[in-house]
Design a protein around this ligand. Structure first.
Ligand code: PLP
Length: 391
């Protein structure tokens, strides 16, 4: 009956057991793990602003004014002035009519897909989309057609095959930057295709917003097709350094979600402090300081990626600050993580089900707050440990 421990023991024997590691000392470039100072190379705090004084002060001020908790869900008494102000700011940032906050990216993707689609509708989803998109597809009554990663010819063919049966809406959904591979979706081609086929495009830009494009509007801005995207999902807990997520879209889409999205309706809203900190984060992204951070992040990304590729590593086509090092099997991957930690580099190994079997990796993430010397040393360590465990 109660055989969970046996299942855990089996996971352990397979090198697949997951345990929690405590990170102390903020989300700066250096943190403490098990009492040792290490270089943090696996945080999504890409701009390095999670502990920025502007965010912390905004959070404290709003918390003093509105309290630590919001007290209820948004449709009851949990809609605060800070939520409304942030939603206006996000809509303005992405150039849409309206926006809606969710408590996390996971809640957003599950709630958006479930809330917008019905039994006559079809979703076309990239095979490497984030788990929250996959779970959103599982929660909706719409049918899901999975297309091979970034393969536009295959997607077009699947759409042609579906066309004679079409009864309702079509939604194409993709990560903007793929969370485990660090490559970008071909958004221009996706826009062409969705316009040709009268479909909608939902882009999860969790890893692009704040980072990519001249003004940090994300993958759509970087690829020069921002205004052609119908549904802009993004998170506030990565480059923006806070917590939560949003959808920016036309007003009728947002009003539909307010009426139908279960993860939005049945959950206590985020505290005012989080929304106020996110507002400060958007101000930073729009400032000269923010532009400087994006430039530094890009320099850091190029430095680490070039050091690793010149050492012969396979970075799986990454073109962004997410730099995976393919290690294939779980056991060597986790040994490498342990060894690197002892040598002062915190770089988490990624195993199935997060990635497919045989595609384990060390997922390095660069931050604007890293410095060149630390990144150089980290690259040397990664190359050294790779030689011992993975070759
Ligand atoms: C592409 C993508 N979407 C959504 C999420 C979920 O966001 P959150 O951590 O805010 O739940 C993640 C988180 O890792 C992600 O990588």
């Amino acid at each position: 009956m109660n055989d969970w421990q046996k299942e855990l023991d089996q996971l352990d024997r397979q090198g697949m057991l997951r345990t929690l590691r405590v990170t102390e000392g903020g989300q700066g470039p250096k943190v403490f793990v098990n009492g040792h100072e290490v270089l943090l190379l696996c945080s999504n705090n890409y701009l390095g602003i999670a502990d920025h004084p502007a965010l912390v002060e905004a959070m404290l001020a709003a918390t003093r004014q509105f309290g630590a908790g919001s007290g209820a869900s948004r449709l009851i008494s949990g809609t605060l002035p800070t939520h409304v102000a942030l939603e206006e700011r996000i809509a303005n940032f992405k150039g849409t009519q309206a926006a809606l906050m969710f408590n996390s990216g996971y809640a957003a993707n599950t709630g958006i897909i479930q809330g917008l689609l019905g039994p006559d509708d079809v979703i076309f989803s990239d095979e490497l989309n984030h788990a929250s998109i996959i779970d959103g597809c599982r929660l909706t009554t719409a049918r899901t057609v999975v297309y091979p990663h970034c393969d536009m010819a295959a997607l077009a063919e699947l759409m042609e095959r579906e066309r004679p049966k079409r009864k309702g809406r079509w939604l194409v959904v993709t990560d903007g930057v793929f969370s485990m591979d660090g490559d970008m979706a071909p958004l221009v081609e996706l826009c062409d295709l969705k316009e040709e086929q009268d479909a909608l495009l939902l882009v999860d830009d969790a890893h692009g917003t704040g980072v990519l494009g001249k003004t940090g509007r994300g993958t759509g801005e970087y690829l020069d097709c921002l205004e052609r995207i119908d549904l802009h999902m993004g998170t506030l807990g990565k480059a923006l350094g806070c917590a939560g997520a949003y959808l920016a879209a036309e007003r009728a889409v947002i009003d539909t979600l307010i009426n139908r999205s279960r993860s939005f309706i049945f959950s206590t809203s985020l505290p005012a402090g989080v929304a106020a900190a996110a507002m400060a984060a958007f101000d930073l992204v729009d400032s000269e300081e923010g532009r400087g951070m994006r430039e530094k992040l890009e320099r850091n990304r190029v430095q680490l990626a070039e050091s690793l590729t010149s050492g012969g590593m396979n970075l799986l086509g990454s073109t962004t600050q997410i730099i995976p090092v393919l290690t294939k099997e779980p056991e060597p991957t986790m040994k490498m993580t342990g060894w690197l930690l002892e040598e002062g580099v915190f770089l988490q190994g990624i195993r199935p089900p997060t990635v497919a079997s045989g595609l384990c990796r060390l997922r390095a993430t660069v931050m604007a707050s890293h410095d060149a010397t630390d990144l150089e040393r980290a690259a040397e360590m990664i190359l050294a440990v790779y030689k011992v465990f993975a070759e």
